[in-house]
Write a protein that binds this ligand. Structure first.
Ligand code: NAP
Length: 321
């Protein structure tokens, strides 16, 4: 009799394990393909995080790639923005594009090299521009998008000490300090949000990009724990684990058909943020969700073989010139 129940339990767990990636896919598919009905997606986000003329979104790494496109999309939705990134000249270009899309919006820029900045000084100073009280006309921070990230193409242990320092500073220090400072200036009586850019490589680390993958595991775990550690007024939190995106970061990669333009990932981010669950992890577009489903169904030993093979290669396959 006991073995009958045990069998049923084992089968149920097996069935759940097999079905889980498909359930995850189906849920996200529904959110991504839903048609705007009563209110548009922009209105929904504005009601949640932009219901104050001072409400502002801070985006790191917003002079290019996914960060730049998020800035343009939020400008279209009518948000005020603070863009913090390395190249001042490129930031000015993004600022003017945002102003064209939303002439009433306020867009400020801070040029900062996260690899060489002191997080206890210059990074902290950025947050003196915000005020969480309900009076005054200083910007009010309602959403932080921890987007900035750099990638190494090398095998783990082959990075120079300087490359390692830069990777850890940009990918880890920035997220940790920005999140801490942001939380201290967000108004506690309002709805706020955090978006953390991790990566599919956090789910499937390879010998190449190994240190990068490690930082992306950190980004995901840190984002989740900062959500769970708060008892009151928890901010909506979205962790994004995309696979290949066509940006500068991957310009030398041999790009497979699952590489998508950044617009698709940005669409997914703003569809999923604040809809249904307060905390959510997504892969982004449908192509990346399919990659996650395949990963969930692939026997682990097979990945072991692929990883061993990759570990024996000298270089990660590059795009043919
Ligand atoms: N691309 C992909 O396939 C992929 C896949 C999964 C996850 N992601 C994640 O998505 C996020 C965005 O990636 P992306 O592809 O959009 O990257 P990207 O096109 O290379 O853009 C990176 C942005 O970060 C800025 N930046 C780089 N180093 C900086 C530094 N030291 N200080 C300040 N700003 C710096 C860049 O500024 P400049 O204007 O000065 O260059 C640029 O605005 C990253 O966190 C990445 O890990 C990307």
């Amino acid at each position: 009799m006991a073995s009958k129940y045990l069998n049923a339990l084992v089968y149920s767990v097996g069935l759940y394990t097999l079905a889980n990636p498909f359930i995850h896919y189906a849920k996200s598919h529904r959110t991504l393909t839903q048609v705007d009905t009563a209110i548009s997606n922009g209105e929904r986000l504005r009601l949640l995080y932009g219901n104050d003329p001072r409400a502002t979104v801070l985006i790191t790494g917003s002079s290019d790639g996914v960060g730049k496109l998020m800035a343009l999309q939020l400008a279209k939705y009518g948000f005020n923005l603070m863009l913090v990134s390395r190249s001042g000249e490129k930031l000015e270009g993004v600022k003017w594009q945002c102003m064209e899309l939303n002439p009433q919006g306020r867009v400020s820029t801070v040029a900062m090299d996260f690899a060489n900045v002191d997080p206890t000084k210059e990074m902290k100073e950025v947050f003196t521009m915000f005020d969480k009280s309900s009076e005054g006309d200083k910007p009010q921070l309602r959403m932080l998008i921890n987007n900035v990230g750099v990638m190494d193409g090398k095998k783990i242990l082959e990075n120079t000490p300087e490359e390692l320092e830069s990777l850890l500073r940009v990918n880890i220090f920035t997220q940790v300090f920005m999140t801490k400072y942001a939380r201290s200036v967000m108004p506690s009586d309002k709805h706020n949000a955090f978006v953390h850019l991790s990566s599919f490589l956090s789910e499937l680390p390879f010998p190449f990009f190994g240190t990068y993958a490690g930082t992306k595991v950190f980004n995901k775990v840190y984002g989740k724990l900062t959500y769970e550690a708060q008892n009151t007024n928890r901010p909506d939190t979205l962790i994004v684990n995309p696979a290949g995106i066509v940006t500068n970061m991957t310009k030398d990669h041999m790009r497979s058909s699952s590489y998508v333009p950044p617009e698709k990932v940005v669409h997914a981010i703003f569809r999923e943020l604040g809809s249904r669950e307060q905390y959510k992890e997504i892969n982004g577009c449908k192509e990346h969700m399919m990659a996650a489903v395949s990963l969930g169904l692939t026997p682990r030993p097979l990945w072991g073989v692929v990883k061993t093979w990759m570990g024996q290669q000298k270089e990660y396959p590059k795009k043919q010139q």
